[in-house]
Design a protein around this ligand. Structure first.
Ligand code: HEC
Length: 132
């Protein structure tokens, strides 16, 4: 086998592996979201605010949701991978006074997979519709 063909074969294996890992991570993330589904859904406000449109949104501003704590509204957080990781690790510590009575997702791998899945599942107009 030529060097180029050998490299191409290696690359194909590597990228198939990376894709499989991503698909597995997303599947795992969706599983973790079942813990959130007691209070949340992607589309529609329940006990907690709707998650459609979460990335890039200011904390405390999901359309039509009236249950926010003053602490969340005043937090100044904009949701992205980093702020979600911090909040979901320990909600009452990240936002003291939050109305989200949930202890958090302490496992870093679980949080990473959950956040990766949320990023996919909360894209307005592509994977979900914001309820006004
Ligand atoms: C027991 C009910 C409950 C559970 C379980 C729960 N949440 Fe929440 N969540 C809430 C409530 C209530 C709020 C509003 C908090 C506030 O205003 O202080 C909230 C707020 C949020 C926010 C801020 C949203 C915004 O619009 O600013 C995010 C992000 C969030 N939750 C993610 C999650 C994720 C992810 C899980 C699962 C790991 C989860 N929550 C589990 C009730 C819950």
């Amino acid at each position: 086998m030529s060097i180029v063909r050998a490299l191409a074969a290696l690359l194909a294996v590597a990228s198939a592996g990376a894709w499989a890992a991503t698909a597995a991570a997303l599947e795992h993330g969706e599983e973790i979201y079942s813990r959130c589904a007691a209070c949340h859904s992607i589309e529609g406000n329940r006990t907690g605010p709707q998650h459609c449109g979460l990335f890039g949104r200011r904390a405390g501003t999901a359309p039509g949701y009236t249950g926010y704590s003053d602490a969340m509204k005043a937090s100044g957080i904009v949701w992205n991978e980093r702020t979600l990781d911090r909040f979901l690790r320990d909600p009452p510590r990240a936002v003291p006074g939050t109305a989200m009575t949930y202890a958090g997702v302490t496992d870093a791998r679980e949080r990473a997979d959950l956040i990766a899945w949320l990023r996919e599942a909360t894209q307005p107009g592509r994977t979900c519709t914001i309820q006004r």
